[in-house]
Write a protein that binds this ligand. Structure first.
Ligand code: CA
Ligand code: CA
Length: 184
């Protein structure tokens, strides 16, 4: 039977190995966090902080798909921007006005499941703050995703959930989407 001293030595060695493993894991987590932060900065324009979160506007899209926009926001710990009160709307509008290249920006909201019944995609909660532009929502079953558009002074409209850009028609290239990501 090992003596008490030998047991203590083995335990100390095991503790040292565990400490090294934890240090290594912490370093690896830090690398993943840094990579995510760098790619977020590459893909998006970043807003100032508003009530503990920031808004991120996709810089450059060759096509738009609502599902991949949702997944991308999710990857960075957020969701498609859920604009649900007046001061948030004004903050987002001021932010978007810095980027003249975009005509329409997709935010959270879909009536894909039930026409005219607008819900947040991430949790199916009903949208309570809807600032429709005149004549919107239109398009019926063809337009099931919520956008805010410059020509509407950033009021809301129904829009396509999937757009492949037509490079002959530059106007169609000017769509983006907006993520809302809590600050850690
Ligand atoms: Ca619709
Ligand atoms: Ca529409």
């Amino acid at each position: 039977m090992a003596s008490m001293t030998q047991q203590m030595t083995i335990m100390t060695q095991q503790m040292t190995i565990m400490t090294q493993q934890m240090t290594s894991m912490t370093q690896q987590i830090q690398i993943v966090q840094d990579n995510l932060a760098n790619s977020l900065e590459t893909l998006f324009y970043k807003s100032p902080v508003f009530e503990g979160r920031r808004y991120y506007l996709a810089k450059q899209l060759a096509s738009f798909s609502s599902t991949s926009a949702q997944a991308t926001c999710h990857l960075y710990g957020g969701y498609l921007a859920e604009i649900d009160k007046e001061n948030e709307f004004h903050f987002v509008r001021a932010f978007l006005n810095n980027y003249k290249q975009f005509i329409c920006v997709s935010i959270s909201g879909s009536d894909e499941d039930i026409e005219g019944h607008w819900v947040n995609q991430r949790n199916n909660t009903l949208l309570t703050y809807l600032l429709w532009n005149a004549d919107e929502p239109d398009g019926g079953r063809d337009q099931n995703c919520l956008s805010i558009c410059r020509d509407y002074n950033w009021l809301m409209g129904s829009h396509f959930c999937f757009v492949v850009y037509d490079f002959e028609n530059q106007k169609k290239n000017k769509k983006s989407y907006l993520c809302e990501i809590p600050e850690l």
